[in-house]
Design a binder for this molecule. Structure first.
Ligand SMILES: Cc1cc2nc3c(=O)[nH]c(=O)nc-3n(C[C@H](O)[C@H](O)[C@H](O)COP(=O)(O)OP(=O)(O)OC[C@H]3O[C@@H](n4cnc5c(N)ncnc54)[C@H](O)[C@@H]3O)c2cc1C
Length: 424
């Protein structure tokens, strides 16, 4: 062993002491409870932000989301209709990291060790949690549409998840020949954003009408009715007469096959040949929820309505589209509302802060044509084992143009407020 002088020894002792002092806050930080949030969308970003903001540094918050930029599905229909540009849908995570001290990790969670209370990332890293908030959105059952697959989403885009699919769908619609046919295969219940496919039809019609007025739009629907049906159908007649045809399965029979080479759709009654198509398959909870065995037979995650805790695991809260929120539709508004209930509950559980009774809200706005906005919404509270509505409202057919314009403007304010509530 080499000999060291007294001066060197003293310097080493001093520097060790300094290191100890510097690392002291780290030790304290590591002792804080940790909440891991999986998914940086409407549910996850809101939960992470509220837990970090309201706990004033008492909880270590880790947000895991693969994408560096979140492109919202909500308002993506307005991009299709030409009422918004694509970049206005994009949001980054900088403020969550810098202003709220959230440890934002851009990676996939590939495994959840429930007994060990940790998650594994695709990098191989492991992160322990005291509570886990899961908001991974949806996954598709591609084979619910015969012939459709993940690979064929580049031919007939679903455009039903955050990302560039909606740009592809718009490009394909704009490239349709004059008088061409656009076919949408609508999803069965339950699925993300009940009015979403029908607002999309309105926006596709709005895009086509000035440049391709003889184009036809066909909706092949496995459902017998849909959200805001009267409002949409009277709106289509008023704005796009003769352009849109909705065909429920009771009329056409079930969809028997789809030929993606020729974009042909075979039903019991008739064959349809499309020039552009939008196939939205059946949906289930995000894949990681299945891997962690947090789903029931329905493919979605049952929750306790007071706290959004998984009925399979008290340490895990499932929010947003993956959860079974009963009467609450799968929407960004719902996910944001659920995430705030979870934030309050988690802070109470981990720091002893005051807990408020769970209350939830949702409004879904849809744009049918320029300045023609409609809405449906409700308030909710925990009921007998499930979330139940306490009051409801819906726009009425025949409302005057002034009111419809006001409703549309309300939706613009909602988008600005909601995305600020997630990302600012
Ligand atoms: C066309 C369309 C229109 C819509 N319009 C509206 C509207 O007007 N109003 C409204 O309220 N809602 C609307 N919605 C619904 C809304 O987009 C969803 O309900 C909402 O995004 C759900 O939030 P979420 O957090 O559950 O999922 P998402 O917002 O999809 O977030 C899930 C996140 O989890 C991440 N993730 C998934 N798996 C993992 C993993 N293993 N590891 C890490 N991260 C993971 C994903 O990358 C994603 O960013 C619309 C949807 C569509 C498709």
């Amino acid at each position: 062993m080499s000999r060291i002088s007294r001066r060197t020894f003293n310097r080493l002792v001093a520097s060790t002491a300094a290191t100890a002092t510097i690392s002291a806050p780290f030790v304290a930080h590591a002792a804080k409870p940790t909440v891991v949030v999986v998914g940086g969308g409407a549910g996850g970003a809101t939960a992470a932000r509220y837990i970090a903001m309201d706990s004033g540094g008492a909880i270590n918050v880790v947000l895991i989301e693969p994408s560096k930029r979140y492109y919202s599905c909500f308002f993506s229909n307005l991009y299709l209709g030409g009422f918004r540009d694509y970049e206005s849908l994009g949001h980054g995570y900088r403020a969550l990291a810098v202003d709220h001290g959230i440890n934002v990790i851009h990676d996939w969670v590939t495994g959840i060790d429930r007994p060990g209370k940790s998650v594994t990332l695709s990098s191989g890293a492991k992160i322990s949690y005291d509570r886990l908030v899961l908001s991974p959105g949806i996954d598709f059952k591609y084979d619910s549409v015969p012939g459709y697959s993940a690979a064929s989403a580049s031919i007939a885009p679903h455009a039903y998840k955050s990302g560039t699919q909606v740009q592809l769908l718009k490009a394909k619609t704009e490239a349709m020949k004059q008088g061409g046919v656009f076919v949408m295969v609508a999803p069965p219940n339950p699925y993300r954003c009940p009015p979403g496919p029908y607002e999309r039809i309105s926006m596709i019609a709005s895009l086509l009408k000035p440049k391709n007025p003889t184009a036809k739009i066909i909706i092949l629907d496995p459902k017998e009715k849909f959200s805001k049906q009267t409002l949409f159908q009277s709106g289509w007649d008023a704005h796009y007469p003769g352009m849109v045809e909705w065909i429920p399965a009771s009329v056409s029979g079930p969809l028997e096959s789809v030929d993606l080479e020729t974009l042909s759709f075979k039903t019991d009654l008739e064959n349809f040949k499309a020039d552009a198509a939008n196939i939205i398959p059946a949906q289930v909870a995000g894949r990681i929820a299945h891997q962690a065995e947090l789903v029931d037979k329905s493919g979605w995650c049952p929750i306790n309505p007071e706290s959004m805790q998984s009925t399979f695991d008290d340490n895990i809260h499932v929010v947003g589209d993956s959860s079974i929120a009963a009467a609450m539709p799968k929407s960004a508004f719902s996910a944001n509302s659920q995430a705030k209930v979870v934030a309050n509950h988690v802070r109470h559980a981990l720091t002893g802060s005051r807990e408020f009774p769970a209350r939830y809200n949702n409004t879904c706005w849809s744009l049918i044509g320029k300045d023609d906005g409609v809405k449906v919404g409700a308030s909710y509270k925990p009921g007998d084992g499930k979330i139940e509505p306490t009051s409801k409202f819906i726009s009425k057919p025949g409302e005057d143009a002034e009111l419809r314009k006001k409703t549309y403007e309300e939706s613009l304010a909602w988008y600005a407020n909601l995305t600020a509530d997630m990302f600012s």
